[in-house]
Design a protein around this ligand. Structure first.
Ligand code: NAD
Length: 488
């Protein structure tokens, strides 16, 4: 760890944040946060207990009415101030994300811009929460329709985008007038803690945003889900945990937003611009070390171009520099932990046993740290586990297809439906594919399409609801209809 990293870590608040105060956990326990590139502990963080979580909900519930009554412009200006502050501290946020999560610094800077932009976007949405006044069809009554904040919300975030997953939820909740309890991922809580301090400095009142880092996710959030004061759960993470949380949210009929796992197909038709498809494939696969819900998981390439596509993609993968994300020139950082690295290697080994060919990569890189080399697999059977499970690593399995019908059937042959990618220059095909592909998002001749101004989310087991875009704030608003007799 160099001097800049040490200074940044020393300047961080590492407590639980409840009702505007940083505190130790009620048990006094702390847990370690490790650098996945070295395996070394960076710092320790207070380990919130169920009692701390309940204190956080108490604070959120107490602050709700005043926050809902705060002028939308004031809520928006706080978000805007925080956007400016995060942008001004890009290097601190980027470094913190790189050392706790692993992504290379240039990518971490990209996430700072993306994550901060949610705050600017929602600062602009805060002042555009509109209702309506309407005459009933029979003319005898009037309808008044109000949009009101849902109320205290629990926001649970994953480790792979430590800033953006927090701002995408908290930005919308703050804009809508909801108070909240954030439970960051155990593996990467530090960025959320710095984000919290920025929100406080931007003027967010005590109790609006509370943070409970913890090693006991279920035990800590379970009592909140059972408490009738909680009105909303927004979760980003695996489908497995999401299903469990939906079950826990059912008794109180909580509003839920679920951003769950993906298994994105990447379709390359023979009529595609192959240069563009290769660039798109690199971005869709290697962004965030492959640890993205939007990562291309399965490459379906039309037979005529499959050989050339595999060869060119492998050349580009082989040229990527693997290493600690703080070092100059590094493209691909470590996977988040040993378990993830072993899982990725297990998927590769299984595919090879079923007849896949390693075109490049195919092995772990010696540690310390959990590195895996960028890997291209050709001749992968469509039912190999590497193509049916979320890989979450830098591995591109290529499956050959012959017809559009076959490609669409393969793309849709999954319980997931977050995002798909398709490369084609045939206009009719490009217009047909969005109607045929079962996913919440489609990159059409594009390998990265996430944008705070666009609705992000999935269908099928990839989730419920949308984040970002005009839709994002709706997740934190409820609709009230007031019936009024005609004044005439
Ligand atoms: P995860 O499901 O293991 O954990 C997500 C969060 O849930 C973490 O904060 C974790 O501590 C918490 N959690 C785990 N068990 C819990 C429980 N019983 N009760 C309450 N909280 C619990 O997922 P992860 O490994 O952190 O993230 C990777 C997954 O997230 C992948 O499947 C990825 O596709 C998905 N993801 C989806 C999106 C999206 O927008 N759709 C974005 C990023 C990641």
């Amino acid at each position: 760890m160099d001097a800049r990293e040490s200074a940044l870590l020393e300047s961080l608040h590492t407590g639980v944040f409840v009702n505007g105060e940083w505190r130790e956990s009620s048990t006094g326990a702390r847990f370690g946060v490790d650098d996945p590139a070295t395996g070394q502990q960076l710092t320790t963080v207070a380990d919130a207990s169920p009692e701390d979580a309940m204190a956080a909900l108490d604070a959120a519930a107490a602050a709700q009415d005043a926050w809902a009554a705060t002028a939308p412009r004031v809520r928006g200006e706080i978000l805007r101030t925080a956007f400016e502050a995060i942008t001004a501290r890009t290097e601190d946020f980027a470094l913190l994300m790189t050392i706790e999560m692993g992504k290379a610094l240039p990518e971490a800077r990209g996430e700072v811009a993306y994550g901060a932009e949610f705050l600017r976007w929602f600062s602009e949405e805060a002042v555009r929460i509109a209702g309506r006044y309407q005459t009933a069809p029979d003319g005898k009554t009037r309808f008044m329709v109000l949009r009101k904040p849902v109320g205290p919300s629990l926001l649970i975030t994953p480790w792979n985008f430590p800033l953006a997953m927090a701002t995408r939820k908290a930005g919308a909740a703050i804009a809508a007038g909801c108070t909240m309890v954030i439970k960051p991922a155990q593996l990467t809580p530090l960025t959320t803690l710095l984000f919290t301090q920025v929100m406080v400095d931007a003027g967010l009142p005590a109790g609006v945003l509370n943070v409970i880092p913890t090693t006991r996710a279920g035990a800590t959030t379970g009592p909140l889900l059972a408490d009738p004061r909680l009105r909303k759960l927004s979760f980003t993470g695996s489908t497995e945990v999401g299903v469990r949380l939906l079950q826990q949210a059912a008794p109180n009929v909580l509003r839920t937003s679920m951003e769950l796992g993906g298994n994105a197909p990447f379709l390359v038709f023979a009529d595609a611009d192959l240069d563009a498809a290769i660039e798109g494939a690199l971005a869709a696969k290697l962004r965030n070390i492959g640890e993205a819900c939007t990562a291309a998981n399965r490459f379906y390439v039309q037979r005529e171009v499959a050989g050339e596509f595999s060869r060119r993609l492998a050349e580009r993968f082989a040229a990527k520099v693997v290493g600690r994300g703080t070092e100059d020139g590094v493209d691909v950082g470590p996977l988040i932990d040993e378990r993830s690295r072993d899982k990725v290697h297990g998927l590769v080994t299984d595919a090879v046993a079923r007849g896949a060919k390693v075109v490049t990569g195919g092995c772990a890189v010696d540690g310390p740290g959990w590195f895996y080399c960028p890997t291209v697999l050709a001749d992968v059977p469509a039912d190999a586990t590497v193509a049916t499970e979320e890989i979450f690593g830098p591995v591109a399995p290529i499956v050959v297809f012959d017809t559009e019908d076959e490609a669409v059937a393969l793309a849709n042959s999954t319980p997931f439906g977050l995002i798909a990618y398709a490369y084609t220059t045939d206009l009719n095909r490009a217009l047909r594919l969005p109607e045929r592909i079962e996913s919440g998002m489609l990159g059409l001749n594009a390998g990265v399409i996430s944008n705070p101004a666009a609705p992000f989310g999935g269908v099928k087991q990839s989730g419920l609801g949308r984040e970002g875009g005009f839709e994002g704030i709706d997740e934190y608003l409820s609709t009230m209809y007031v019936g009024i007799p005609s004044p005439f």
